[in-house]
Design a protein around this ligand. Sequence first.
Ligand code: PGA
Length: 247
Amino acid sequence: MSRLIIANHKMNFTLEESFNYCVNISKLGSHKNNLILAVAAPYLAYLANNFKSLTFCAQDVSRQKVFGSYTGEYSCEMIKSCGVNYAIIGHSERRNLFFETEDVISQKIENCLRFSITPIICVGEIRKLKQNDHYKEVLLTQLKSILNCISSIISEKNSIAQVIFAYEPIWAIGTGIIPSEEELLKTVDIISSIIKSSAIANNFKLVYGGSVGLDNIENILNVKNIDGVLVGRASLNSEDVLHMLSV
Ligand code: PGA
């Protein structure tokens, strides 16, 4: 079965390095899994234009809906016009370093859906809460406002583009620590059943993110109901990503 490998480059690489990375990735004609490349925003149009066989993704979009005086922002309409159909929304680094609230995240998701951009929506608990077993409440709070937003668009439009959820426990991001298969299965079950009970029903994919690498990707992808992975640090090595595309 083909899985999603989402490579999140974050704020890394010059344009030349990013270009060479894409050259390397393009060498492999066909592969088992599907790759989505979240490169830095300034490179999106150039790379999407030069590598038509690759799928690119924005790492964020503006909460603003229409063109206007919003210095430094870029909208869904802009990335769409660059040939980009995916955007990561609500990554924990956006939530923590740039103070994005559930409300802001919902506005960004709404913008994506209105422009037929598939949002890759990140949710996840911090370690302390996980230890206290209160993580379900955190996930529920995050999912509730996201699902309300998506449900109201579904009832307005009668359908929506695809939605991808990324379960990213904050304590696993960049730490080398990942949940056990048992923990992951349990949390994925909780998240899936919350989403399935909303208007989205079964029309979503769920990926895992947080310290994914060559040493653990197979085990993670073997966990039931995981449709792929969101990879940060390990995705900076194009050779590693080529391996991930064939596991
Ligand atoms: P990591 O990052 O793979 O480096 O842990 C994942 C992420 O931030 O999405």
